[in-house]
Design a protein around this ligand. Structure first.
Ligand code: FAD
Ligand code: DHB
Length: 395
């Protein structure tokens, strides 16, 4: 066993939460080590979210990692809600005083952050096995793990639990100190990446009696599409022909618009849940991102919420190192949870407005359509959607 290494903040997980936190701390002169279970290629290729809120874009720019995003990201000033075969545009920029979203894949954000960190000579330990988080209620927490069979030990002032929903950090907190709030949805998303130009220059969220569908994109050559499916479905139940058939049906409009097909280069199923753990901290361990909360993907919020958490955490840690004051750290969970619950509500609202649940009857469908008509015809209601979608200002 090698000697223990010392750092200021040990960050478990090299997803968006862990990597953005590491970057924000580095910008303020606080030292950290990032410990990641997977290898670099895996985290750089993991296809997930694609929509960055204005707030996230601003944060990445301020942290000096926005250069490629500004060059390659697609700025969208509006989105479409579709129902009854008719598309209605929500003009995001106009309704929010000039704010917009940027379509730029989560794995591209991750690549940019990893390149910046390694380029600056800071450490990310990839392929860390058997990660254990110890003594977070003492002054000097310890992280132990194995790399290539060798045991390594890191001692630190603080641990940031950025290891996603299935990570180890949350489970090191005594269960009796935590409250869990959870909802499962009786549907899932089957997502494909198709090598074909987008069929429209903005996103389409479509309500359909056969279930929800979403048209998104990754670049001028790559279209990202989702269809609602059952959480029990497996990929072999969804050959490409069936996926295209459902997408054509659910995204069809009455004006003869056509969806472009192309070779499917990726296909996966994502189940959906809402989940919040309170509080998001225990001793010197602070949870951030999916480690603390999960939203269904309909509002495109998961990655953005992770970024908002670590902005709060970085400011609190920097303040502690500068002044020795604990008040921002002590308030971390309460500060984050205000935004978390707003976003939980927005994601739940978008999800229930747009999906068809098994057992839904004509009454449920009429309520959904009434809500969709209201959101697309009342400026006040459209503004509510728009300001949540582009992201409420960070605190
Ligand atoms: P993660 O991105 O999960 O990162 C956690 C990191 O910790 C990972 O790299 C993981 O390998 C690592 N890790 C886990 N356990 C350990 C351990 N024991 N030790 C060390 N490291 C560990 N959001 C959307 O808005 N739109 C979408 O379309 C969308 N699609 C998604 C599809 C899938 C399959 C999933 C799982 C999520 C999706 N999300 C989507 C949600 C969004 O991607 C997440 O909210 C976002 O990744 C959260 O970032 P994070 O850094 O908190 O967690
Ligand atoms: C994408 C994912 C989302 O969850 C969403 O609401 C919009 C777009 C995407 O992957 O492009």
């Amino acid at each position: 066993m090698s000697e223990a290494q010392r750092t200021q903040v040990a960050i478990v997980g090299a997803g968006p939460a862990g990597l953005i936190l590491a970057r924000l701390l580095a910008c303020q002169g606080v030292e950290s080590i990032v410990i990641e279970r997977r290898d670099r290629a895996y985290v750089e290729q993991r296809l997930r979210a694609g929509v960055l809120e204005q707030t996230t874009v601003d944060l990445l720019r301020a942290a000096g990692v926005g250069e490629r995003m500004d060059r390659e990201g697609l700025v969208h000033e509006g989105l479409y809600l579709q129902f009854d075969g008719v598309r209605h545009r929500i003009p995001l920029r106009e309704l929010t005083g000039g704010r917009a979203i940027t379509v730029y894949g989560q794995h591209e954000v991750v690549k940019d952050l990893i390149a910046a960190r390694l380029g600056g000579g800071d450490e990310i330990v990839f392929e860390a096995d058997d990660v254990r988080v110890l003594d977070v209620d003492a002054d000097l927490p310890t992280i132990r793990f194995k790399v290539d069979g060798d045991e390594r030990t890191i001692r630190c002032d603080f641990v940031a639990g950025c290891d996603g929903f299935h990570g180890v950090c949350r489970s090191t907190i005594p269960a009796e100190t935590l409250s869990v709030y959870e909802r499962h949805y009786p549907f899932a998303w089957l997502g494909i990446l198709a090598r074909t130009p987008p069929s429209l220059d903005e996103l389409i969220y479509a309500h359909h009696e056969r279930g929800f569908a979403l048209h998104s994109m990754r670049s001028p050559e790559l279209t990202r599409l989702y269809v609602q499916c059952s959480p029990d479905d497996t990929l072999d139940m969804w050959p490409d022909e069936r996926v295209w058939e459902e997408l054509h049906l659910r995204l069809a409009t009455r004006d003869g618009w056509t969806l472009r097909e192309g070779p499917v280069v990726e296909k996966s199923i994502t189940t959906m849940r809402s989940y919040v753990v309170e509080p998001m901290q225990y001793g010197r361990l602070y949870l951030a991102g999916d480690a603390a909360h999960v939203v269904p993907p309909t509002g495109a919020k998961g990655l953005n919420l992770a970024a908002a958490d670590v902005k709060v955490l970085a400011a609190a840690l920097v303040d502690w190192y500068r002044t020795g004051r604990r008040d921002l750290l002590d308030a971390y969970s309460a500060t984050c949870l205000r935004r978390v619950w707003r976003v939980e509500h927005f994601s739940w609202w978008m999800t229930t407005m747009l999906h068809r649940a098994p057992g839904d009857d004509a009454f449920d469908q009429r309520l959904q359509l009434a809500q969709l008509r209201y959101v697309t015809s009342s400026r006040a209601a459209a503004t509510m959607l728009a300001e949540n979608y582009v992201g409420l200002e960070h605190v």
